[in-house]
Unconditional design. Structure first.
Length: 154
């Protein structure tokens, strides 16, 4: 029962906020951290992003992701705007809460999800879309900077 979660932060102490997610979600595997340009509303700071693998159902991942966001002081004032912490369920086993689409409907387009996930699992596949390595080849790595100097566990 492995859930794939994408975490990101672009406000305040970005690494500390990602570590809040690690503390709450208790992943068994952590990707390297990537610094990435924002998608959509681009007039905001760069993000730190990572992927976590956890033994959770979609419902559990959703619930704990919201707990982590609250602990990080997440506010949803501007859709797609800056945030202290964002936790997305990329893929997870059922059951899923109403309204949560699994796999994430835009994960196949997001290098900041695909690159760290590929680091964790070179054979990873996104249901309905194919191998993560192929998806990343299509999307490309523009705007991604791997930050090995920023460990998710101190």
């Amino acid at each position: 029962m492995t859930a794939v979660l994408s975490v990101g932060s672009n406000l305040g102490d970005r690494l500390a906020f990602l570590r809040v997610a690690v503390e709450v979600l208790a992943p068994w595997a952590l990707s390297p951290v990537y610094e990435t340009a924002p998608v959509g509303q681009v007039d905001q700071p760069d993000f730190l992003n990572a992927v976590l693998l956890c033994e959770l159902s979609a419902q559990e991942a959703w619930d704990l992701g919201r707990v982590a966001e609250r602990r990080a002081g997440r506010e949803r004032a501007v859709p797609g705007g800056p945030r202290t912490l964002d936790v997305d369920v990329v893929d997870a086993p059922p059951p899923a809460p109403p309204g949560l689409l699994v796999p994430h409907p835009r994960a196949h387009e997001r290098a900041f999800v695909l690159a760290p996930w590929l680091d964790l699992d070179p054979q990873a596949a996104l249901p309905g879309h194919g191998l993560v390595s192929d998806l990343l080849s299509t999307v490309g790595r523009a705007g991604l900077r791997r930050r090995d100097d920023l460990p998710l566990r101190p």
